[in-house]
Ligand binder design. Structure first.
Ligand code: ARG
Length: 459
């Protein structure tokens, strides 16, 4: 039987081009298992409400079990003539169990059906992504812990600013990742609502029990307005925005990894298994993984813009435009999941080169602010201290040395308040240890922050 589920009204079949253009089966078959789950919950509700018979429900359950097995084994024959995943499965069900299959769609529309499928699918994907974010977080914490006291230059404007520890630097990404998880969890609350029951747009004349279906499918609540239920894709946009921010964070770290791995900087090395060579230059080892992550962030941002644009002009309620929500959403999930998985692994493959970090620190007058603070603690107004240290920096620069390499009497030329204890203040270790408050880079604080995050992760 080649006729379409809706062909009764039509006098001629669609052209092959239109068939291909309007079909979604080549991508929405990814929702097949969610579609079956949703249909089973709907059928159980219909039977419970005496809208279909218990023998119909039994037939539907039997048919769906076989269909699911066929799909899982890759033996299901997806057919372009049946347009999308919903009609493909319904058609097969009817072929297997007859009239009971034809009763399944009672009180339902593909409009509320597809919205339910996507929400079920996305909910599971958010849970998997949260798991990956957690793994990535743990990998960052391990690396940060190993380098809680490893000094490196902190930068502003990509100029050496003040010493930080490498662990402290990584904890900035830990904070971003913690927020990313919060955003995903928050988004999940709005994903996890049931559209089914909205039917085509206005609800249905049958005495359905939406709360029962919601409970069967693990939804926290039902969508409260039928028009909104079938036409809302906010949840997909929110997810994409949250995903885009994760990619922003991964892309920023990527940029740093690439920079740090450049021989000009040489702060880190990345294990060979995350790098690739050049087909012409035999000496090359390129940081392809972070470069690709930086590049792939663009597709995720693009999908976010695509989804926003998809929705902005749509009148209520359902329009076929919405079929275009799936590919961007699928690609966003795939790109994000792969990137997180690879970053969780790659963190363990990062080797830090403390000598290179130290050498960079020595060249950048990284403890100049510490000297200014030292003078302030001896009563010099900060602006005057700033000026005195700036002159000291110029002198050291002319001499081609660090502030700490100037003799005490040379330093005293810039302020008579400078004493022999200044060298502790000018040392990198002294500078780090002095920033001893919550959020500061002192190694004890870095270790405490790691411990707090680990404790929260294990709660
Ligand atoms: N394939 C469609 C989609 O993805 C399913 C809903 C179709 N509804 C309709 N009225 N044509 O949105």
């Amino acid at each position: 039987d080649n006729s379409k589920a809706w062909s009764g009204r039509f006098s001629e079949p669609v052209s092959d081009l239109v068939k291909r253009y309007t079909a979604s089966i080549h991508f929405d078959q990814r929702l097949a298992l969610q579609d079956i789950r949703g249909s089973l919950a709907h059928a159980r509700m219909l039977a419970r409400q005496n809208i279909i018979g218990s023998e119909d429900l039994a037939a539907i359950e039997r048919g769906m079990a076989q269909i699911e097995a066929e799909i899982v084994k890759g033996r299901f024959a997806w057919n372009l003539d049946d347009e999308d995943v919903h009609l493909n499965i319904e058609k097969r069900l009817t072929a297997l169990v007859g009239d009971a299959g034809k009763r399944l769609h009672t009180g339902r529309s593909r409009n509320d059906q597809v919205a339910t499928d996507i929400r079920l699918w996305l909910r599971d994907e958010i849970d998997a992504i949260d798991d990956l974010l957690r793994r990535y977080l743990l990998a960052l914490l391990d690396l940060a812990e190993r380098h809680a006291a490893t000094p490196m230059p902190g930068f502003t404007h990509l100029q050496v600013a003040q010493p930080v520890t490498f662990g402290h630097h990584l904890l900035a990404y830990v904070e971003m990742t913690k927020r990313d998880r919060e955003r995903m969890a928050d988004c999940r609350r709005r994903v996890n609502r049931l559209p089914l029951g909205g039917a085509a747009l206005a609800g249905t004349t049958f005495s359905i029990d939406r709360a029962f279906v919601a409970q069967q499918l693990g939804f926290d609540a039902v969508c409260e307005n039928s028009l909104d239920a079938v036409s809302d894709r906010d949840f997909a946009i929110e997810f994409s925005a949250a995903a885009a921010l994760v990619m922003v964070h991964l892309s920023r770290l990527s940029e740093e990894l690439i920079l740090w791995m450049s021989p000009r900087v040489g702060f880190i090395d990345i294990a060979d298994r995350f790098c690739t060579g050049s087909s012409i230059m035999p000496q090359k080892k390129n940081p392809d993984v972070p470069e690709l992550a930086r590049g792939k962030s663009g597709r995720v941002f693009g999908h976010l813009m695509g989804l926003l644009t998809l929705m902005k002009g749509q009148p209520l309620a359902y329009n076929k435009d919405n079929q275009e929500d799936k590919e961007p959403l699928f690609d966003t999930v795939d790109t994000l999941s792969d990137t997180l998985r690879i970053f969780a692994d790659m963190a363990a493959g990062i080797t830090v080169k403390p000598e290179a970090m130290n050498a960079a620190l020595k060249q950048g007058f990284a403890t100049a602010t510490d000297l200014a603070d030292y003078l302030v603690k001896r009563g010099v107004p900060f602006r005057d201290a700033h000026e005195a240290v700036a002159r000291a920096v110029r002198a050291a620069e002319t001499k081609g040395c660090d502030l700490a390499d100037l003799a005490l009497n040379e330093l005293q030329a810039f302020s008579p308040l400078i004493g022999a204890d200044v060298f502790e203040v000018l040392s990198i270790e002294g500078s780090l240890a002095a920033r001893d408050h919550i959020g500061g880079t002192a190694p004890v604080q870095v270790r405490a922050a790691i411990a707090r995050t680990r404790a929260a992760l294990n709660e």
